[in-house]
Design a protein around this ligand. Sequence first.
Ligand code: KG4
Ligand code: ZN
Length: 342
Amino acid sequence: TTPQTVLGLETSCDETAAAVVRLHADGTSEVLSSVIASQIAAHAPYGGVVPEIAARAHVEGVDGITAEAMSQAGVGYDALTGVAATAGPGLVGGVMVGLSFGKAVALARGLPLIAVNHLEGHAVSARLGAQVDYPFLLLLVSGGHCQLLEVEGVGACRRIGTTIDDAAGEAFDKIAKTLGLPYPGGPALEKLAEGGDAERFVLPRMLLGRKDCDFSFSGLKTAAARLAEGLTSDDERHDLAASVQTAIARQLAERSDRAMAAYAETHGGQELRFVVAGGVAANKSVRALLQQTAAKRGFSFTAPPMAFCTDNAAMIALAGAERLALGQADPLDAPARPRWPL
Ligand code: KG4
Ligand code: ZN
């Protein structure tokens, strides 16, 4: 039954986030509020996310962030039809905070709980800003994941490619570190790449020509680290950043191109849709190259609005709302799952 008005909670990494999303009967959705408290400043001195610091910050923040999301949405708890919380995968200490909080709200208000897979949140995120119908081919590129998925509906994904070593965001982060950039490295590297010459440094084209849809970034990482040691000028730093960004974007586009060719064969006669989601989808070079690739293959192209690329609770609320509309909910003892493949 719709409409669904769902409170979403996201605490699986280093953002404490709460949002209220309304899903209408025609499949369109409205983000009534989306509040994100970033912990970047708390983790920056350590060069990465410290799980214990993250969990403590979620404990301190989740109550206030939720109150803020409810107040900005301008609805009371009695207007909600469900509570959705990320139940994994992620840093389990943080996941437990948001999931327990969600269970408490559900129990106190007599609302159904939906235990959402964080990746499923990213998978539906493009539907927050635009009308993207199922099915679609999805490239999910975040700090922890790099996968190509056929998405038939909420909870109905088939994986057709994954990384054999690092995730794309992880590659951005690690290479940024060797360039002396602060955490999180992806956005910092994109900034450094501005105006740089992307063809200055030759980097390995990983897996080129391989007949599957998998990814690999470790060779690129090693090559970039070696080049970073030999840099002698600021210009060269800009050029190396641009070269790395282009190399990552090219691999994402090449592997997606293969996936699109295969997808088109199994979805003959249907409308072909390509979606990119996850933190790396915020990168403008990555977006541009994927958009070109999709256009060449006759696919429509959708990326979530920038604010919904990186971790947020609106995508969790929408995944929960879509599940609720299908009559699905989870028991109040749903477990927190550090690992939970789609
Ligand atoms: O989806 P997300 O917020 O968290 C995970 O679920 O992992 O993704 C975070 C990742 C980080 O690796 C970050 O460096 C990368 O996304 N990222 C970017 C950009 N913005 C975030 N990478 C490249 N360019 C960006 N503009
Ligand atoms: Zn994420």
